[in-house]
Design a protein around this ligand. Structure first.
Ligand code: PAF
Length: 313
């Protein structure tokens, strides 16, 4: 496998991508599909799954590694965020990435790195659920992602697809809406949540759970799967029952468990288009959960569809 090219400046990245697109057109006589995996580094098997999906669907795979200060709640978190650039480049190369963009702060935010004057706002979408728990986080995410799309979009005739993990369901909904509202020409693709054999969604934070925490954390997927079964069986969604169960579960501090419209992220109410007056789901919805277990805050979600249960692994 050819090692990936690592580019640190906007101009060198654009030139390398233009050359890769031109070479593809010359050799294959067809427009390439370019798959982008944006990351903040400290890569793990979840990122590898994203790259593998992009590799399988694209002719040219590109990735970015940039720890974005705008999306951190506080400076200490940003400063202590793990940075493992050599390992990250090796992982991306081993999974077949062609070009890696690793800008520094001055490349990404040429004005003032911590307070760029012009930013993108996630609007009301950025204030719900995780947005309420982390004010400003999604504004920081959409600002950097819009910039990455601008910098990393290939020249015509190539087309861009960007890959994100379904575990960050709110992030995906907000980025999808941002691309529509700002007319950014990119298809957003998601890779399903990867779960362990007991159903817990994989996350680097799981390493900080001891045995007791881990057992307690299993209440999170259990609640989501119970809702998925309610939806699949077309019976009343037992959200209140699950909330009560989680509130009384030892070792779990529930932040929220809600069923929302997957696009607007608004909580469904009986009598809405998606939820009938008996609380039975009538269309596709998203169950979102966040809870603190031991030393970590875990998030998870499941798509709810009438007549269809979601796979647990
Ligand atoms: O999901 C992430 O790792 C980040 O939010 C992203 C999309 C790379 C933007 O910094």
């Amino acid at each position: 496998m050819t090692p990936p090219q690592v580019l640190t400046t906007v101009s060198s990245f654009r030139a390398a991508l233009a050359e890769a697109v031109a070479a593809h057109v010359r050799e294959r006589g067809a427009a390439p599909a370019v798959g982008l995996v944006p990351t903040m580094g400290a890569l793990h098997s979840g990122h590898a799954a994203l790259v593998d999906a992009a590799r399988a669907a694209s002719d040219i795979v590109i990735a970015s590694i940039f720890v974005n200060p705008l999306q951190f709640d506080d400076d200490a978190d940003y400063l202590h965020y793990p940075r493992t650039p050599e390992r990250d480049v090796a992982l991306l190369g081993a999974h077949g990435v062609d070009l890696i963009f690793t800008p520094d702060l001055a490349q990404m935010y040429p004005g003032d790195s911590h307070a760029p004057l012009v930013r993108v706002s996630a609007g009301q979408l950025g204030t719900r659920w995780e947005g309420a728990a982390r004010p400003g986080h999604f504004d920081g995410v959409v600002t950097v992602v819009a910039k990455l799309f601008n910098i990393m979009s290939p020249p015509a005739p190539a087309r861009l697809e960007a890959w994100f993990g379904a575990k960050d369901a709110e992030q995906v909904a907000i980025i999808t809406r941002m691309t529509a509202d700002l007319n950014i020409d990119v298809d957003i693709r998601t890779v399903p949540i990867v779960r362990d054999e007991h159903g817990l969604a994989l996350s680097s934070r799981n390493q900080r759970l001891d045995e007791t925490d881990y057992s307690a954390a299993l209440a999170i997927p259990a609640a989501l799967f119970a809702l998925s079964e309610d939806a699949a069986s077309e019976r009343r969604l037992g959200v209140a029952d699950q909330v009560e169960e989680l509130r009384s579960a030892e070792g779990v501090e529930l932040d929220y468990l809600v069923v929302v419209d997957p696009d607007s992220l608004e909580e469904l109410q009986p009598g809405d288009a998606l939820l009938d007056e008996h609380g039975v789901l009538r269309g596709r919805a998203l169950a979102l959960i966040a809870a603190r277990v031991g030393p970590v805050r875990l998030i998870d979600n499941v798509i709810l569809s009438p007549g269809r249960s979601q796979p647990r692994e």
